[in-house]
Write a new protein. Structure first.
Length: 225
């Protein structure tokens, strides 16, 4: 199954809203760090329901473009917003439909690992960013977060599993300065007491703590020179 087919199915069954609810715990902290000013142009890669752009629009951006590979995802995102400053389009990560040096910020919340060729995607991001523009890449599927690795077995799309150093190296190879990298824990999801384990999804409380509190979401920030 292609990325488009996989996520069209997710959109038609309402999983886009479910992803929004789950990711918001850490996504809001990522978005709060972005140096967005009024008049900026922002691109959201793998926009899903468009929740990141809706949040950034509240800070006065001039234009926001949410790109997704699944037409149904983009269609749903349009229906969730009446703000004419943000729009949603269907496209591929390896050929971004934006001019060189035309974007102030690019963000991707839990979607970069679906890129068919992540190195090409990074080169495209570097191409469209203006000098001083930022790239905020947030992923909860990465090598150090071992309890997320099993996700690959439940999805037909091949996912990129990099560790922290591989993200930094790939950013630099694409011509981006690495301005920051850290993990943002999910402190909102409720973790039951040890006596409640094993649960349907977790063998032990330690495993659940490791997934959400220790690793959470990996954020790597790149800056265009």
């Amino acid at each position: 199954m292609s990325v488009r087919e996989e996520f069209d199915e997710w959109a038609t069954t309402g999983k886009d809203r479910g992803m929004e609810d789950r990711h918001w715990h850490t996504a809001k902290h990522v978005l709060a760090r972005m140096p967005v000013d009024p008049g900026d142009v922002v691109v959201d890669l793998g926009t899903g329901s468009g929740y990141a752009l809706r949040a950034l629009a509240e800070r006065g951006i001039d234009r926001g473009y949410g790109l997704d590979g699944a037409p149904e995802m983009a269609r749903n995102a349009r229906s969730y917003s009446e703000d004419d400053r943000i729009g949603f389009l269907v496209g591929d990560f390896d050929s971004l439909p934006f001019a060189d040096d035309s974007v102030d910020h690019v963000v991707s919340m839990e979607a970069f690992y679906y890129a068919a060729d992540p190195h090409t995607t990074l080169s495209e991001i570097r191409r469209i960013l203006r000098p001083g523009g930022t790239w905020y890449c947030a992923v909860n599927y990465f090598a150090e977060s071992e309890h997320t690795h099993e996700w690959q077995a439940s999805i037909d799309v091949e996912m990129t599993l990099w560790d922290r150093s591989q993200y930094r190296e790939a950013f630099r190879e694409a011509g981006l300065h690495v301005a920051a990298q850290d993990t943002i824990p999910d402190r909102e999801i409720e973790i039951p007491s040890a006596e409640a384990f094993p649960t349907e999804d977790w063998e032990s409380r330690e495993a659940m703590v490791d997934r959400y509190r220790t690793w959470g979401t990996l954020l790597t920030v790149g800056v265009a020179p």
